[in-house]
Design a protein around this ligand. Sequence first.
Ligand SMILES: *Cc1c(COP(=O)(O)O)cnc(C)c1O
Length: 387
Amino acid sequence: MSFDLAARLAKQQVNHLFRSRLSLQSPQAPVVKINGQSYLAFCSNDYLGLANHPKLIGALQQGAKLWGVGSGASHLVIGHSEPHHQLEKALAQWLNRPRVLLFSTGYMANLAAMTCLLSNQDTVLQDRLNHASLLDGALLSGARFLRYQHNNVQNLQQRLARSQGDILIATDGVFSMDGDLAQLADMSQLAKRYNALLMVDDAHGMGVLGNRGAGTVEYYHLTVQDVPILIGTLGKAFGTSGAFIAGSNDLIETLIQFARPYIYTTGQPPAIASATLQSLQLIIEEGWRRNHLKQLIQLFKTEAKALDLPIMNSPTPIQPLLIGDSDQALAFANALKEQHILVSAIRPPTVPKDSARLRITLSAAHTQDHIEQLVKALAKCWQRFKR
Ligand SMILES: *Cc1c(COP(=O)(O)O)cnc(C)c1O
């Protein structure tokens, strides 16, 4: 690191790693407006198409009328209100867990769980491809930190055998840049055998996987005994904002008492919780969103395979195309953009070196015709990029 910021920024440019933001002139939807132009977008995590749903907008407006805008304080002071409480209860019931605690972001929920449960006497084991917030939480906790090979249960077992103190195993449920699922059934058995605690960050599975949309844990038919700590985020399939930790009463009470990222931050606006309650209702009642999404995923995979596109082994709405070089991934994304298709090029350090990719995400708001348009554009660009 250096205080020579200009040099740092220049290097980022040279390495094709420079990131810039798009500024949307429309809400989240399959078709978005940027600089006055329309684009068909495949990069949002709004997997169920709820972020701009009229019922959520209505619930937010109604919530703001009843509860105002700001929460005013942290949850432990005077920032915890009835919609927060109702949402925690509704989520707990939906997930078949004793209790749920709301957070303002998933990033903070992960920091909270790690720093609250781990000390420098303990060990935390993590998949090499875990989300940055799980890595950062582990570093902040001061625990001994070991990574195991991606989705390699045997490698996890070797690490477990060498671990000391209390052991936490932390994993994404659905890996955010690859779209594959953690081997939770095997992992929960291993965790029990080694008396370790299993924590699953299901940011991308929640709302999407499982018969009732209750996520990767439901997909594998596991319980709170199998996965004692479950993290969900609300900014993705839920279409709102925030996150939660779900588990035993003791877990939640411990977080309330000791988790600094919970205690020392302002509560999320109560109207957001009102909107999320509405979103939960739609997730429960409108299973057609998940079914439609499944069909789109199947359609995309079939057509991409027929074109020999470098798709990965993902059963989820995250459908990456592995490119390799950052400059190639960026050029591919730009070529798609010229055809008014928006896909993000994901580059290191978000993904490992030489594994830059196009991260295509599908949503229940897409139509079959949208998928056809995407595939057509990919086929056209792929001719220019395949080696
Ligand atoms: C998005 C994400 C987070 C962070 O959640 P925010 O609510 O956006 O802070 C945490 N973990 C995973 C796996 C994620 O994909």
